[in-house]
Design a protein around this ligand. Sequence first.
Ligand code: FMN
Length: 142
Amino acid sequence: MLVRLTYASRANDGVTPEALTAILKTSRSHNLDAGITGVLVFSDVIFLQVLEGGRDAVSGLYNRIAQDRRHRDVVLLGYDEIGERRFAGWAMGQANLSRLNPGVLLKYSERAVLDPYALSGTAAIALFEELVATAVISCPGG
Ligand SMILES: Cc1cc2nc3c(=O)[nH]c(=O)nc-3n(C[C@H](O)[C@H](O)[C@H](O)COP(=O)(O)O)c2cc1C
């Protein structure tokens, strides 16, 4: 059985390039083994992540991520059983929202600043899909 989970969080020390590299490296190697796919988007201080995979695998990973001291205020935005993946192409894709056309953010939120805490789970998924459609997501190194 497949599920999709979306959450938001605040980076504890800001999202430094070093912290991001470390998170993405672990994510890609672990997620590949665990059959998990997804996307991590970030701005200077915010993470927004979607995880897809088997229910046990996603649930276990979310619990681990929620205890990670590199971020706080982890809030579950959405959780669904799904028939198919939407982000199957990425062990963990990445997108820097600070570099995004503000119009994309305005489409889904009240202001052109990412505030995932003001975003519904549905709007968060729509934003992820827009990032996929506009080829904003990358996955250096697979
Ligand atoms: C914002 C954020 C997103 C993360 N995403 C993942 C992920 O997709 N997959 C993963 O294995 N670890 C991810 N991690 C790292 C985990 O929290 C954890 O450090 C890692 O899985 C290693 O866990 P372990 O030391 O218990 O093996 C993420 C951490 C943060 C802060």
